[in-house]
Design a protein. Structure first.
Length: 285
């Protein structure tokens, strides 16, 4: 078991006071049998009316409303978790899903329909051709071997690059450029899985790793695939690995652009620009 501290501070400064719209905060890790929140603190300046809720994907969401104009907005989150996923390879897939291709049960297909539908339909042919070039889909293959091959191929064939721009690259663009960020890698992995009929979803969260690790980032993104038996299993194509106790999931979604840690709006003069600074620290205790 690991105890991990996650400190995430987002600050906006405006040239003059502005009216702040509601802000949606995805900062609290997803709890379950592998992750438990030991303690948490969320400080917001200026004072906000805060409402907690669960969205359709069971993410823990804080909605902040601001009654007064402000020239500065600071969102300061600190969470300590216990992470128990020390053996990510210790799982058993149901017999009928051990080898690909397989079909989910009727009940699973109903529940997994959205997670099995690509969100970049124009990219299907390009992604399918790339997957075929990996020797996937032509015959029977152990399901885990298929996913591991896909995960390692993205890590090994593409060049990792951090991007400050918001949003994600389409899968076809990532393949064309031969480079992408963690969220671009995850998006390509997800769309490749969906093209094969495997339900998958996007995960945003944090990564605890050394400063010299390839693709180092404290905020991170990866993918989960639904496997009958263990359920949702995490695959991180940035490192070509299964997720474990270094990966701290915060939010999941069908669409990779749906779950930024902080999102919101402000109202001011047309040309007014906000200065934003983000500071994230992930440390073992």
């Amino acid at each position: 078991m690991k105890r991990i501290l996650i400190a995430h501070r987002t600050e906006y400064r405006y040239p003059e006071p502005v009216r702040l719209g509601p802000h949606r905060l995805l900062l609290r890790p997803r709890e379950g049998h592998e992750v438990r929140v030991e303690r948490s603190r969320l400080d917001i300046t200026p004072a906000a009316q805060l409402r907690w809720c669960r969205d359709a994907d069971d993410n823990s969401v804080a909605i902040a409303h601001f009654p007064q104009p402000a020239g500065r907005l600071c969102i300061d989150s600190e969470v300590v978790i216990e992470h128990h996923d020390d053996a990510p390879l210790d799982f058993l897939v149901e017999d009928y899903a051990l080898h690909y291709p397989f079909e989910y049960t009727a009940a699973e297909r109903t529940d997994l329909q959205l997670a099995s539908t690509p969100v970049y339909p124009p990219d299907r042919a390009v992604v399918a051709a790339w997957v075929t070039g990996l020797g996937i889909g032509a015959g029977t293959l152990e399901t885990y071997v298929l996913l591991d091959r896909l995960n390692r191929a993205i890590c090994g064939q593409l060049e990792y690059g951090m991007r400050e721009e918001p949003g994600v690259q389409s899968p076809a663009e990532t393949l064309r450029l031969g480079t992408g960020s963690c969220r671009d890698y995850a998006t390509l992995f997800i769309e490749a899985c969906r093209g094969l009929g495997l339900a998958s979803r996007f995960v945003s969260g944090y990564l605890h790793t050394s400063e010299t690790a390839a693709g180092h980032a404290s905020t991170h993104a990866w993918a989960e695939v639904y496997l009958p038996g263990p359920g949702w299993k995490g695959f991180d194509p940035t490192g070509g690995v299964l997720t474990g106790s270094d990966h701290i999931p915060v939010a999941v979604a069908r669409h990779p652009e749906a779950i930024p840690p902080v999102s919101g709006s402000f109202y001011g003069p047309p040309d007014l620009q906000a200065d934003m600074q983000v500071d994230v620290r992930v440390a073992a205790l």
